[in-house]
Design a protein around this ligand. Structure first.
Ligand code: C5P
Length: 405
């Protein structure tokens, strides 16, 4: 999935407070700059015990601010100037002490002063906590986190796992890639805020015997990109995935299945509690009528086995037929005559929107082109990376939901 220039034109004010996670922030600066952002770093005194301003200056290409009495600023108001030009302020790592300062509105160093002097409407605050698990779980910290959220801050993480102190638990700062993606997501328009979206993705695998099966070349990338785009747009997303090798997009609930029947049995009970259903999965149309308990062996007589097939349930058609079902979007992966086949599917499955794409041209790739077919007509989403197309599709779906109301 292309991460290139997703933050183009964004100016990020990155604050570091004290903690061993400061070393990850060096990588974060590099990733933000690579994604097209300009990054202005501000460090607390404690942060400088872990990493030097020189490192972050080299990576950001801008001199780092550390001191509220910095004489470089003509008006001597670094705390005002810094946040006036930023699109967002991200504090990573945010120590327990720094979160406590934020909660109390204290302003006794440049970083806390800048956070407080920030115009809250124009320069939102994101906070990535990093601390020992006992410090994170302490009621005082939990109280402070609730307070800063109530004051409008977005809290990213923390993650769970091994800690520098040797303990294991909650409190690790999210990885640099996760923070970059969280920032990218933060800037996306919240077109599906408060909505619930159910998505199927990937191929299914229909076993013949314990080692063989019928499957197809779907990689799941398009469905996973739609799950990410929907989550970025503010939806609560459930992703039912066939066998694929893809990481779960941030904030998405994922349920793994293998066969079409399992996908059907997972999706159907969930469908009515979701407002949108997007069926991107390349579901096998047929499965072997019987599954052999043991591997089928060659018998030496050169007689090939013959398999009887039976039809799988049509998940999309079943969801579309529910009395109070979600807004349904189907996919049509074709090898030719896209518009005709997509329109046939629209009628046959009785869904309001079918998205056509050329299967052999897109399976496994990071790019695609989509043809949207509905009762009104056709609309092409031209060739692009799958994440950009997924965001376009999310916009199309959001518009149709607004029209429906
Ligand atoms: O014509 P076809 O059945 O292949 O239509 C494809 C669309 O239907 C896709 O959205 C696919 O996810 C969905 N589908 C399904 N269950 C099936 C077969 C297809 O949900 N058994």
């Amino acid at each position: 999935m292309s991460e290139s220039k997703q933050l183009a034109g964004k100016h990020v004010l990155l604050g570091l407070s004290g903690g061993i996670a400061c070393y990850k922030s060096a990588e974060l600066v590099r990733l933000l700059v690579k994604a097209g952002a300009t990054v202005q770093v501000v460090m607390s005194e404690a942060a400088q015990a872990f990493i030097t301003p020189i490192t972050l200056q080299a990576l950001s290409g801008r001199s780092v601010y550390t001191d509220q009495w910095d004489a470089r600023e003509a008006n001597n108001m670094a705390h005002i100037n810094l946040s006036r030009e930023a699109d967002a302020m991200l504090v990573a790592p945010a120590s327990a002490d720094f979160i406590a300062k934020l909660a109390q509105g204290r302003a006794d160093d440049l970083l806390s002063l800048t956070a407080l002097a920030r115009p809250t409407e124009r320069c939102p605050l994101l906070v990535a906590p990093a601390m020992n698990r006992e410090m994170w779980l302490h009621p005082a910290t939990q109280r402070n986190v609730l307070q800063i959220q109530a004051d409008g801050a977005s809290v990213l993480g923390p993650g769970n796992g091994e800690q520098a102190c040797g303990e294991t638990g909650d409190g690790r700062m999210l990885e640099a890639e996760e923070l970059r993606d969280a920032l990218i997501a933060f800037f996306q328009p919240k077109l599906l805020a408060g909505k619930t979206v159910l998505i199927t993705a990937g191929p299914t695998f229909e076993p013949i015997d314990p080692v063989r099966g019928i499957t197809n070349l779907s990689s799941g990338k398009m469905g996973f990109a739609i799950a990410r785009a929907a989550a970025e747009a503010g939806a609560a997303v459930t992703l039912v995935a066939g066998p694929v090798h893809l990481p779960t997009p941030a904030g998405v609930r994922r349920i793994d299945v293998q066969t079409a029947q399992q996908m059907h049995d997972t999706v159907l009970p969930l469908a009515s509690s979701h407002q949108i259903f997007v069926a991107t999965a390349a579901v096998a149309d047929w499965r072997p009528a019987q599954t052999n308990a043991h591997k089928i062996k060659k018998d030496g007589k050169k007689i090939s086995p013959v398999f009887e097939l039976t039809e799988n349930p049509d998940i999309l058609a079943a969801v579309a037929a529910l009395p109070k079902g979600p807004f349904c979007v189907g996919f049509a992966a074709e090898s030719q005559d896209l518009a005709r086949h997509a329109r046939e599917k629209l009628d046959r499955k009785k869904v309001p929107l079918i998205v056509g794409n050329l299967g052999p041209a897109t399976f496994g790739r990071d790019d695609n082109a989509l043809l949207l077919v509905d009762a009104q007509g056709e609309r092409e989403l031209p060739h692009n990376d799958k994440l950009s197309l997924a965001r376009d599709l999310v916009r199309e779906i959001a518009e149709r939901l607004t029209e429906k109301r």
